[in-house]
Each structure stands twice: as C-alpha cells, then as structure tokens.
Design a protein around this ligand. Structure first.
Ligand code: ASP
Length: 347
C-alpha cells in the first residue's frame, strides 16, 4: 500500500513537472458560431455565443498535451454585434497579459462575421512579437461535423509555435493561416470561409504542425496606443452603387462624423452626386478616404480622381471595413491628411 502511494505521488509529481514546462495559453472568448448551439444538428440555424469557453476547451482534450490553457469570457455575442468597447477590452487585456508575463500566447475565439476587423484592429494596437491568433467556426458546436474544435486546436498550435512570433495578429481557420491586414471572410456558408485575395495564406496548420510560406511586409509595430479611456473618432462607411444619391453622404456631414470611407466602385470611384457631396464633406473638415467594394487590388492615388485637388486620401489595398479602422486610429494621432495617407501606406 505504502509503495503504491509513493508511486502515485511520483506520478503526480511527473505530470505536474510536465505541465509546468508546457507553454501557457490564454483563450479570450467573445462568442460566435464556435460557441453556438443549434436546435437541430442538420440545419444551419443556431444561436451564437451560448457555450462557455471552458466547454469549448473541454471538447479538445488532446490540447492538454500541447499547452496549459485557461479561458476568459470577454463577451458572448454574435460578432455582428462586435463593438469598439469590446475591441478596447481585448486590446487592453492582451497588452496586460504580455506586460505581466501571464502567458506565452493568446488565442481569441470570435464569430466569423467581423473577425477580420477585430484581427486588424488588434494588429494595429498590439506589439508584433506577441502571438495573438483568432479563430472561430462556420458550424455551430451542435452541428454534424462541427469545425470549431479542429479550428481551436489548430489556432493553439499556431499561437505556441516559435515561428509565429513577430508576425503580428493572425487568423487561423480551416487549416489556413492568414495575416490580419489581408484576411477577409469570403463565404457566407462554406467552412473554408476565409481568404486573403491579394496575397493568399501565409501558412498552414496541419497534423499539429505549423508551416509558414511567406511573411507580411508591412510594419506591425505602430504608433497607435489603446487604453480603456481612448475615445475613437467616428468614421462611417458609405457604399457606392449605380444611381447612389448624395443624401447618403450629406447625412454623414449633418451628423458631423470625423471621417468617411467610401466603398467606391473599381479604383475607388463614385458618381457625380457623390463627387459633389465629397467636396462638401472635405469643406466641412471631414477626412474622406476612397476605398473599393471590389475584393482585391488597390485604390491608387490620382488615378481617375485627382486626390490632391479633391482633398481625399486612399485606402491602398485595405477593404472599406479595414480602412475605417485605420482612419479611426490615425485620427487619434493627427488630422493632417499627408500623415494619415502615410499610415495607409506604412501599416
Ligand atoms: N454570425 C456569426 C458571428 O459572426 C457567424 C459565425 O460566427 O460564423 O458571430
């Protein structure tokens, strides 16, 4: 009996030693389909953000061999309800985790609808050598062949891989690894939902391994800083389409927004009604950024539109939803158009 007891103590000690040597990962859970519960396993209907993070971790016991994992519930929402306040909460907590050496890596579970926006916001406000990896799922936790557990497992392997350091914030999804600046939700329903139309994936996660093929060139250590008290300027997006009325922009001028991003056609173009309204917006001191509703390519300065004459700036290859984030953060530093434009080409 005595022998058995000392053997058990020995075993517990070895297990504890091994656990201490594993990297520490904190999962910040925000909700989404990955935490969604459906009424039937065979249909797409479900409610997002229902399953607590500890249950999500419990669904992938194999991960215990890779890392010491703890979860924190930041919110329990469908990511269509993502807010600037939750972004700030995430940014402040991540910076605190790394400042206090609480973990080696951070993983965020997140709905897919606005995942690319959260990823890019964090990319701009969290120093780059701190691994932050977002993931989610397209099928709810109760669906047949739910993709959440595999995506979460892969995201953890990506987050703890030494090669991930210095790459800024990443999205790990369906075995693809995507740079926060380039990633975009490409499908409303396929499990292969994410892509980077301009650059492709930077790597793959498979068989518990991580392989990178390329590295984003843009600087990821920005001058933007976020605290709980940071007030972000109001920047809204207006869509361009055949026959779009000036009222869409005039309404924003009347609301005294700080910035307007135009999801223009082609190379950030818009009709004469918008053109006149843009002149009014610029005259009112609003920063107007030309972006494009086209999913790939870039918006070029002084192409069909002379930006110097019109007083506009361009999004480069950022989608309208990411150009909005860049403009909001840029406007926390300056209202100088040349400097704002520089941020778009630099970060
Ligand atoms: N509406 C959900 C969300 O973004 C979709 C998903 O997670 O796939 O939270």
């Amino acid at each position: 009996m005595k022998k058995l007891l000392s053997l058990l103590t020995c075993l517990i000690f070895i297990i504890q030693m091994q656990a201490q040597q594993l990297p520490k990962v904190i999962i910040l859970a925000t909700g989404g389909t990955i935490a969604g519960v459906g009424t039937s396993s065979t249909s797409a209907g479900y409610t997002a953000g229902k399953i607590p993070i500890d249950d999500l971790i419990g669904a992938i016991p194999a991960v215990k061999k890779l890392a010491n994992i703890t979860g924190e519930q930041i919110s329990s929402i469908g990511s269509q309800d993502m807010t600037i306040d939750i972004w700030k909460k995430l940014a402040v907590r991540i910076n605190q985790i790394y400042a206090n050496h609480e973990a080696n890596a951070v993983v965020i579970t997140h709905g897919t609808d606005t995942q690319e926006e959260t990823a890019y916001f964090l990319d701009l406000v969290v120093p780059s050598d701190m691994p932050v990896v977002l993931t989610g799922s397209m099928r709810s936790s109760t669906a047949i062949s739910a993709d959440g557990p595999k995506n979460l497992y892969d995201a953890i392997t990506v987050a703890i891989d030494p090669k991930t350091k210095g790459r800024g914030v990443l999205v790990s999804f369906n075995e693809g690894i995507f740079d926060a600046r380039e990633v975009m939700k490409m499908s409303t329903s396929f499990t292969n939902a994410f892509g980077s139309p301009n650059t492709g994936a930077v790597g793959h996660a498979f068989d518990s391994k991580v392989e990178y093929y390329s590295k984003a060139e843009r600087e990821v250590n920005t001058t933007f800083k976020i605290t709980a008290d940071t007030k972000l300027p109001v920047v809204d997006i207006v869509y361009m389409y055949a026959g779009a009325p000036a009222a869409n922009i005039d309404d924003m001028i009347a609301r005294k927004v700080d910035g307007i991003v135009i999801a223009g056609v082609g190379n950030g173009n818009f009709n004469t009604a918008y053109m006149d309204a843009v002149k009014r917006a610029v005259a009112a001191g609003i920063i107007v950024c030309r972006a494009s509703r086209a999913p790939s390519g870039r918006v070029v300065l002084h192409d069909e539109i002379n930006d110097d004459e019109l007083g506009t700036i361009v999004s480069d290859d950022l989608t309208p939803q990411k150009a909005r984030i860049m403009l909001m953060l840029g406007l926390t530093q300056t209202k100088d158009k040349a400097q704002l434009q520089k941020y778009f080409f630099q970060y």
